[in-house]
Design a protein around this ligand. Structure first.
Ligand SMILES: Cc1cc2nc3c(=O)[nH]c(=O)nc-3n(C[C@H](O)[C@H](O)[C@H](O)COP(=O)(O)OP(=O)(O)OC[C@H]3O[C@@H](n4cnc5c(N)ncnc54)[C@H](O)[C@@H]3O)c2cc1C
Length: 537
């Protein structure tokens, strides 16, 4: 008998477990795979070659969580990329972003854009600071019933309103803009040259099955800016040993504090008695009993697959069926005999651009067309590829002289048109992604020794990501903050007593942040303190 059973050992499940165990609760994590970490894992995908096989770069991981869980003591070391991004362009030129040289690089294309960069960053950072301050808070929740219950939420909303008022009218306008505008519309308002708009606009479509000109994509851009690496805000880095180093450190932190972790323990259903969640039934039939259950899985997977429909209030299940999932992401890992030799910046010897996020999508118009293609045909004829060569910063991943690379590719339709299956298109689309890199670095395909492919269907089958959604639900305005995953359930509690949500389908959403796990643990502990949950012993 446990105090809390956690379904899923993704990074948020592990963070939740570590906080609950640190507070003296008896916790078990039930993970279906043979390894913890969910989408943040390092695996050998080809003999001798290891990589972060799904999530591949770190920034959003909250510094308080890194400290509280002693992740550095448990082996985590994150290093900053020498430059943030490198974009080879179709006309043979390139742009580098970050490393203190953005202004000089942008000036190659537009002196006006270069002069506007400082202001752009200052204003974006001011809004990102607001988001940063909110990620570890439970959003104000919309509640029905007794006015006293609503009072606490009203106070929370008032506190939030006061905080926003302190921003001043101008920054509030920026905030509205970033929450409602498209990334393209927002960037067009700032800049005139295509390369810098492509470099920044890429963040607006990462994991977002959308054109950069679709309203709401500016929020996704902002979402990718609230992180930091070793205290440097807005920067992205590499976890030495790959993303699995993060989740292995989290697992050690949780077990050191007393949590149990069971691997290869797929949960078939949440056990509900008298309207309360009292445990989890595993695939083999074993029941793990607990005073509370916290689900690290996508809310759609939880409420449609793991909870008896009869236990849910009328209308709730229908809303969850409408919860929007699907990222447009196709993910590959490749083992390389040598580094890519870019026509725009020749050389096979390790250089700083090899250690950047290499974006092959030279303009917002290119990205818009990529989305339109995927809507019409199932995938982009000219896809967007970000290539990250982990071994350029980390020699633990590949044999000496060899390399590993992640390809994060967009757009592909979560479900193919005309009833076609991803199982039939996997290799063909993988070849297209490789050919896309070849256009900019012609030695790329020749250098490939082995490859691993995840279509949206593979992401769902392997990691439980519904529709291949990397964020456990689209980051639409209608599915954010007090509305994530659903209005009335933004406080990590669902409609069933004792059943909590602790994954990326809750505020503040996807990415390797640890924040949903942190916040859910706080709410579970609050219910133990209030006597709504009873300790197991
Ligand atoms: C291809 C890809 C690339 C990404 N790139 C980045 C990136 O570079 N940087 C970044 O910050 N974020 C990235 N993300 C997003 C980020 O990885 C996710 O949003 C985040 O991992 C979600 O964490 P989580 O713990 O909430 O859920 P998950 O990581 O999805 O973990 C959920 C866990 O639940 C388990 N599970 C599911 N069903 C059951 C069941 N029935 N019984 C038991 N266990 C179950 C799963 O196996 C999994 O371990 C990426 C994601 C993907 C897929």
């Amino acid at each position: 008998m446990y105090d809390v059973a956690i379904i899923g050992g993704g990074h948020n499940g592990l963070v939740c477990a570590a906080y609950l165990a640190a507070a003296g609760r008896k916790v078990v994590v039930l993970e279906q795979r043979a390894v913890v970490g969910g989408a943040a894992v390092t695996e050998e995908f080809f003999p001798g070659f290891r990589n972060s096989v799904a999530a591949y770069t770190v920034s959003l991981l909250n510094p308080k969580i890194i400290r509280d869980l002693d992740l550095a003591t448990h082996g985590l070391r994150v290093v900053e990329r020498p430059i943030a991004n490198f974009l080879p362009l179709d006309d043979g030129r390139y742009i580098k972003v970050g490393g203190g040289r953005t202004k000089q690089e942008v000036a190659k294309f537009s002196a006006r854009d270069a002069a506007r960069l400082d202001d752009y960053h200052a204003r974006l950072d001011a809004v990102a600071d607001v988001l940063r301050a909110l990620v570890l808070e439970t959003p104000p929740n919309v509640v029905e019933g007794h006015p006293l219950a609503a009072l606490a939420q009203l106070i929370a909303t008032g506190r939030l309103a006061r905080r926003l008022r302190r921003l001043g009218l101008d920054r509030q306008r920026d905030l509205i803009d970033l929450f409602t505008n498209s990334a393209g519309g927002y960037l067009d308002g700032w800049f005139e040259s295509a390369p810098i708009k492509a470099a920044y606009g890429f963040d607006g479509i990462v994991g977002n099955y959308a054109s950069p000109y679709m309203p709401g994509s500016a929020y996704v851009l902002l979402h990718h800016c609230f992180g930091e690496v070793n205290g440097r805000r807005g920067v992205w880095g590499h976890a030495m040993g790959g993303m699995g180093a993060i989740t292995q450190a989290m697992a050690k932190s949780a077990t050191t504090r007393g949590a149990d972790i069971r691997l290869s323990a797929p949960v078939r259903e949440v056990v509900i008695e008298n309207g309360c969640a009292v445990g989890a039934r595993l695939d083999g039939g074993e029941v793990v009993r607990a005073s509370a259950v916290a689900a690290n899985v996508n809310p759609k997977l939880l409420y449609l697959n793991l909870v008896d429909a009869a236990a849910l209030p009328a209308g709730f299940r229908e809303r969850i069926e409408q919860y929007r999932c699907g990222s447009g992401t196709f993910r590959m890992n490749v083992a390389l005999a040598e580094l890519p030799d870019f026509s725009a910046l020749p050389g096979r010897d390790l250089a700083e651009h090899h250690a950047a996020g290499i974006i092959m999508a030279p303009s917002l118009a290119y990205m818009e067309q990529a989305y339109a293609d995927a809507r019409a045909f199932g995938w982009s004829r000219r896809p967007i590829v970000e290539l990250v060569i982990g071994s350029a910063m980390d020699d633990t991943l590949a044999p000496p002289g060899r390399h590993v690379a992640s390809l994060f590719c967009q757009h592909v339709a979560p479900q193919l048109p005309n009833g076609s299956s991803w199982d039939d298109q996997r290799e063909q689309v993988a070849d297209l992604m490789i050919a896309t890199v070849d256009r900019y670095a012609p030695n790329f395909s020749r250098a490939i020794l082995g490859r691993q492919i995840f279509t949206p269907l593979d992401l769902e089958r392997t990691f439980g990501l519904v529709g291949g959604d990397i964020f456990h639900g689209a980051l639409d305005l209608g599915q954010l903050f007090s509305a994530r995953p659903l209005l009335g359930h933004a406080d990590y509690r669902g409609p069933i007593a004792g059943l909590y949500m602790c994954g990326a389908g809750t505020h503040p959403g996807g990415g390797v942040t640890g924040a949903p796990g942190h916040n859910a643990a706080r709410e579970v502990l609050r219910d133990f303190r209030r006597g709504r949950l009873r300790r197991a012993n």
